[in-house]
Design a binder for this molecule. Structure first.
Ligand code: IPM
Ligand code: MG
Length: 370
């Protein structure tokens, strides 16, 4: 699903690289293209339908997404109507975002290098303030019914509002099962990678109901992981420590909204948004892979965007569908290209095109393959 803005350009480079490694490693990828995005929405009013989602569910192993968002549409229409809709539909409850500074990439943090910036953010991806319920109400009395309908659970709110001013409100929801599964994912990742401390993000000093609950669920589950220590950090503080002592972090587990915020910061300390990939994971279902960055409409069609975040996201996708060697190969190729520093897109201080970077990575995969 190439999407909007620079989406089609970067996805086409991702496909170039994946097609190259699939040939090397002897498997076949059958691409099915979905053109959901601004163009389709403006022409037909369609965002993404249940039929399309059901078709994907019935026939695809994973989704490779470019980016969504277009200045011709009101902010949030495409993001909520396609991106969040798809994340929720497939119950992709983990947003996995590796924050890894590769050799050869300039780090904006003085004195820090690749060994200092190498961790994973496990972001909850279906709840919190992202459930999309809220409203604006005028002065006076009103009644509102709001609901969150999920496979995992259903919640209905009946609100009886009496207000002396016009107000807007937004409700964040965290469920026991929703929190537990992502907390478990964080602990399991730490166990697999022999990590001693998992950092858990919250703002329990102010939003104490929702994030107090989060802390409680973490503490309960920590009992199942005797060798691993949970460390709680407030979201404001963790932004400071990401900059000051990024080497402390190996696994960071966070509720949805704070995860959104801190992973843009994470992208910057790993060298910029052009280098930051992510995966929306449902360990038992269909996952979706995309760069962390947006659709950058200003650069649409110019062939200047950096496709490496998307190519890297493609590598994560191959790992998820059972091709770990291909993932390794692509990540190594990206690493080599950056270390050599001969091919650089604009964001990396060079003049190479998006398509030249894609070709360079595909070539490097062939060279490294034996
Ligand atoms: C991200 C993006 C999305 C999010 C937007 C586009 C809805 O910022 O993937 O980080 O907030 O999750
Ligand atoms: Mg974001």
């Amino acid at each position: 699903m190439p999407g909007d803005g620079i989406g089609p350009e970067i996805i086409s480079e991702g496909r170039k690289v994946i097609d190259a490694v699939s040939e090397l490693n002897g498997f076949e990828i059958d691409w099915v293209e979905y053109n959901n995005g601004a163009e389709k929405y403006l022409k037909t009013g369609e965002l993404i339908t249940e039929e399309t989602l059901a078709e994907i569910k019935g026939s695809c192993k994973a989704i490779y997404l470019g980016a969504l968002g277009d200045p011709r549409c009101k902010p949030g229409i495409l993001e909520k109507g396609i991106l969040l809709k798809t994340r929720f539909y497939f119950d992709q409850y983990v947003n996995l975002r590796p924050i890894k500074l590769l050799d050869g990439v300039d780090c904006p943090l003085k004195g820090k290098g690749p060994k200092d910036i190498d961790f994973t953010v496990v972001r909850e991806n279906t709840e919190d303030f992202y459930v999309g319920i809220g409203n604006r109400v005028g002065k006076g009395n009103s009644k509102q019914g709001l609901e969150v309908l999920r496979e995992l659970y259903k919640v209905k709110f009946g609100l009886d509002i009496e207000s002396t001013d016009e107000i807007a409100y937004q409700i964040g929801v965290m469920s026991k099962s929703g929190a537990d599964r992502v907390i478990k994912y964080g602990f399991e990742l730490a166990k697999k990678e022999n990590v001693e401390t998992v950092y858990f993000v919250d703002k329990a000093n102010v939003l104490s109901d929702i994030y107090g609950f989060w802390r409680e669920r973490v503490e309960l589950q920590a009992k199942n992981y005797p060798g691993i220590k949970p460390e709680f950090m407030f979201v404001d503080a963790i932004t400071m420590w990401f900059v000051k002592n990024p080497e402390w972090f190996k696994v960071v587990t966070t509720p949805n909204m704070f995860g959104d915020i801190i992973t843009d910061l994470g992208a910057m300390i790993q060298g910029g948004l052009g280098l930051a990939p992510g995966g929306n994971i449902n360990p038992d279902g269909i996952s979706m892979f995309e760069p962390i960055h947006g659709s950058a409409p200003k650069y649409k069609g110019l062939d200047t965007a950096n496709p490496l975040a998307t190519i890297w996201a493609g590598a994560l996708m191959l790992e998820e569908i059972g091709e770990p060697e291909s993932k390794e190969l692509i990540v190594n190729a990206i690493q080599e290209i950056l270390k050599e520093g001969k091919v650089k897109t604009k964001d990396l201080g060079g003049t190479h095109k998006c398509s030249e970077m894609g070709s360079a990575v595909a070539e490097k995969c062939k060279e490294l393959f034996q």
